[in-house]
Design a protein around this ligand. Sequence first.
Ligand SMILES: [Zn+2]
Ligand SMILES: [Zn+2]
Length: 183
Amino acid sequence: MLPTNRRQQIRDYLNEHGAVQISELSEKFTVSEMTIHRDLAQLEAEGHLRKVRGGAVPVTPPLASAEACFMCQSTPRSQTQMTLHLTGGAAQRACCPHCGLSGLHIFGEQITAVFVTDFLRGNTISAQAASYVINPDITICCKPSIIAFQKREDAVRFQRGFNGDVLNFTEAVQYSQQVMHLH
Ligand SMILES: [Zn+2]
Ligand SMILES: [Zn+2]
């Protein structure tokens, strides 16, 4: 297979899976991990993805118009942001579920609804209905990473590649509370 074809297929695979692992791609295309390394470096240079330890994730540019994350002040990214709607119509925006779930403990009873972005498709979903991958091997935004998926099967597939735990909303909130108490 031509390297350009392989790189296109890597991009397709990334879009489909939300993240790719070097070992996985090396097996899939029956080329060395070094070759995949070079492909990913090339694709990163072209702005198609971001290399992380052991693989690559999509480029998630900071949102142009968004205000800073209420927890860490970083600019929320299109594929990870979480929004807390509060009584009185105000909304608090978080860069990712790591910060957003912490906000649940801060704003507590003032919260009327919580929305999160599906990491794979970039659409806005109810945070209560989402599945979360907690503490995978790669850091997407804040550490430990918490990444939200609309479909549990997507979360499970991501976890197969990058480890961590798949939790539902209630479990993710409990996890976040424990992490906060460690600080
Ligand atoms: Zn944040
Ligand atoms: Zn974050």
